[in-house]
Design a protein around this ligand. Structure first.
Ligand code: NAP
Length: 290
């Protein structure tokens, strides 16, 4: 591959994005030259920014909050996955044309992050807390990884039903039939439930919030916990702190923050743009030091 590949990420705010450092590491290890810049763009300028970026020779653009849905107004083609979830995080200029294509790597990134944390979705009961953009972008990938059921709980209950209705039961095969997505009330009242094998935090609740994590929900002593949020080296996220206090610590339960998902969704974007699967063995120390 010859020439510098022009890439970037667009969001608002964007100051704390780790994407430039991650992609620089991917490129160094893959021995290719890239330029990856972070762009702070307000919603009113998003469309013209995207057009100009690709007209000026850009090959690929990550899209982050709050533009994951609105960016679809600026593209020519979308993947079947984006059609399903209604949001994208990866834009690409199609080779040999000026057309812009949108895809999403969040869901597959989560699945790789879960597997890296040794959490297996197959045949499990999964709880997602949160019904915002991140929750919606992971449900399809989770449903495809053959759990028994995915239950959704959210602070604002009225937001759950519209999300659930976007994800009808998915038939796999005889071995893993009919994975359903339900609201938490349906799970508790109508299912012969097993208790959650895995609880995924997809909220943006932070330290200063008064959120009580899944109070009164069937958390088992062996329940695994995965937080989409991640912390730097010195800290832990509030959800991880709460998770460590649940049940018995000797059950082999897995607890992980979303650093793995962050790296894996980035790696999948990198592959979409360059055709290269990058080395994903990146540590927090490499990103948070300096
Ligand atoms: P979003 O669309 O703004 O949705 C936020 C969600 O959090 C909503 O369900 C909201 O509930 C809930 N929430 C916020 N504050 C809360 C509180 N104090 N108590 C209870 N619930 C609260 O945000 P998003 O895009 O889904 O992002 C969610 C999180 O995922 C963010 O922290 C983001 O950094 C993380 N994320 C990580 C990765 C990764 O690669 N690791 C990728 C994508 C996202 P209401 O509906 O009641 O407001």
């Amino acid at each position: 591959m010859s020439g510098i590949i022009k890439l970037g990420v667009v969001g608002d705010p964007i100051d704390h994005s780790l994407s430039p450092k991650i992609h620089k590491l991917f490129a160094e290890r893959a021995n290719i030259e890239i330029e990856y810049e972070a762009f702070n763009v307000v919603a009113a300028n998003l469309n013209s920014f995207i057009k100009n970026f690709f007209d000026d020779g850009g090959r690929g653009l990550n899209v982050t909050l709050p533009h994951k849905i609105d960016c679809l107004n600026s593209v020519d083609e979308i993947s079947p996955l984006v059609k399903k979830i209604g949001a994208a995080n990866t834009l690409k200029r199609l080779e040999g044309s000026n057309q812009i294509f949108a895809d999403s790597t969040d869901g597959a990134g989560l699945i790789n992050g879960l597997l890296e944390a040794r959490i297996t979705p197959i045949k499990s009961d999964i709880l997602i807390i949160g019904a915002g953009g991140a929750a919606q972008s992971i449900i399809h990938a989770l449903q495809n990884s053959c759990p028994r059921v995915i239950a959704i709980a959210n602070r604002t209950k009225g937001k759950v039903k519209p999300v659930v209705s976007r994800f009808p039961p998915l038939d796999h095969d005889d071995l893993f039939p009919n994975t359903q997505v339900v609201d938490i009330e349906t799970y508790l009242n109508e299912w012969d439930y097993q208790g959650f094998h895995t609880v995924i935090n997809a909220t943006s609740a932070r330290e200063d919030s008064n959120f009580i994590w899944c109070e009164l929900l069937p958390i088992e002593s062996a329940t695994n916990f995965y937080d989409l949020s991640y912390s730097n080296l010195e800290e832990i996220t509030p959800f991880i702190r709460w998770a460590r206090q649940q049940g018995n610590s000797n059950t082999g339960k897995k607890i992980s923050d979303g650093f793995g998902m962050l790296i894996h969704q980035a790696a999948l974007s990198f592959e979409i743009w360059t055709g290269i699967k990058p080395d994903t063995t990146i540590t927090k120390a490499e990103l948070f030091d300096g």
